[in-house]
Design a protein around this ligand. Structure first.
Ligand SMILES: *Cc1c(COP(=O)(O)O)cnc(C)c1O
Length: 409
């Protein structure tokens, strides 16, 4: 019999999702005529930009003609997309990113999870909490998370508790980690790091020789110029950080899967056993050759179109649509007298449950407002007591949801 990956067994069963499904089924059984408004989604709903469609149609035609046909693309992505990215990004910062520091990928989720392949099992990994659980679970599946203790925490993971008293900003851990996972604007709390706070973390990483894996999936939702959109706005961040970016949320690419990572050539790792260092950019390139193909030519041409004048304008409007949803929800929550964070510079709103558990607020939203939310537990142990609302929904539904929330008792 094939032996299976034992640590993985501990995360195979998604008990929280099972509990949500059960509650939703119960609701639907009692309320057959009621339609739920889904404000729990981490997926977008608006269609692709016309310029993206046009570029992809053109690319399909090229694929069908022998003179313009494209076979397998370069593993790190097509130069036309890398050039477009560099032309419109990082221009206003003091740092320079070289084309061979950009890796086009199938999205942040897959890329961040796969990155563990080139890292040792013995790293101490710090993860902000609450946060997307994939950061932890991808380390579990790669057998890099250690053992699960009685508090349901993994021995190689340092949970950086983000408390409401600190507006959900983490504090430096007691034990020095080797790697830190961070994500700002944050999913689920909707909180953003100020330049000053991000500077402190970059300084801490420089001083302690720590690698920061920075998930900047929501960077386009930042409108306040005081809030960094990229970790590379901070001096010397290139010496400590890899940044992951995605077209998923700002440009509706969740059905196309395309994003990119910046892996500076200045980053190295070390092997005690081999007693030598290695360049992370080179290691990752080699890893891609073993496990990955670049995203399809058609999709990369679609992504390139996002950097045209029409594309840039469209992305702005798309993000504005979701942010006006967030504003509607914020107003409704204020009217209902609920305490919340986020919804500014971020599509997510993190609502404190006025009851003794997140589930009670989840139930009230479900049964009184016909709204599906996400209980905070879904995002880690320190998510307890909160629910997340998402602005990735149709605006007419959000307006309806807002009216119901505002009159919630
Ligand atoms: C949605 C989401 C992702 C997914 O990005 P893809 O590029 O679609 O894989 C990554 N990180 C966070 C924090 C997200 O919320």
């Amino acid at each position: 019999m094939a032996l299976i990956n034992t640590p993985f067994l501990k995360v195979v069963n998604d008990e929280i999702q099972n509990k949500i499904d059960k509650k939703v089924n119960q609701f639907q059984a009692i309320n057959r005529d009621k339609k739920l408004i889904n404000l729990s989604s981490g997926d977008v709903i608006r269609p692709l930009a016309p310029c993206v469609m046009e570029a992809m149609h053109k690319a399909i035609a090229e694929m069908g003609d022998e003179t313009t046909f494209q076979g397998r693309g370069p593993v790190e992505g097509y130069p036309f997309l890398i050039d477009a990215i560099l032309k419109y990004n990082f221009k206003n910062y003091k740092i320079k990113i070289a084309p061979d520091e950009v890796f086009i990928n199938h999205g942040t989720k897959e890329n961040l999870a796969g990155f563990g392949d080139i890292l040792c099992r013995d790293n101490r990994i710090a993860v902000i909490d609450p946060v997307s659980q994939e950061y932890i679970e991808s380390n579990v599946i790669g057998n890099r998370a250690g053992d699960l203790n009685e508090n349901l925490q993994w021995s190689h993971i340092v949970y950086l508790e983000c408390k409401k008293e600190n507006d959900f900003m983490p504090e430096f851990p007691k034990l020095r980690p080797d790697i830190i996972y961070m994500s700002y604007p944050n999913n689920p709390t909707g909180c953003v790091m100020t330049r000053e706070i991000l500077e402190k973390w970059v300084q801490y990483a420089l001083k302690n020789d720590i690698l920061i894996l920075f998930d900047a999936t929501y960077k386009s939702f930042v409108t306040n110029p005081e809030i960094p959109q990229t970790i590379y706005e901070i001096k010397d961040a290139k010496k400590v950080a890899i940044e992951f970016r995605s077209f998923s949320k700002n440009a509706g690419f969740t059905g196309l899967n395309c994003g990119y990572a910046i892996i500076p050539k200045t980053l190295s790792g070390y092997s005690y056993i081999a007693d030598k260092g290695a360049n992370l950019n080179a290691l990752w390139r080699r890893r891609l050759m073993i496990k990955n193909y670049t995203p399809p030519y058609i999709i990369q041409r679609g992504a390139e179109a996002l950097f045209s004048q029409a594309g840039l304008k469209w992305v702005r409007e798309n993000v504005d649509y979701y942010m006006s949803n967030a504003a509607i929800l914020r107003q409704a929550l204020t009217d209902a007298g609920l305490k919340f964070w986020g919804g500014v510079n971020s599509p997510y709103i993190w609502v404190e449950s006025p009851y003794d558990s997140s589930w009670k607020l989840f139930d009230k939203l479900l049964n009184d407002c016909y709204i599906l939310s996400s209980p905070g537990e879904r995002f880690g142990p320190h998510g307890r007591g909160f629910v997340r609302l998402s602005s990735f929904a149709n605006q007419s539904k959000v307006i309806m949801a807002g009216t119901r929330i505002a009159s919630m008792k």
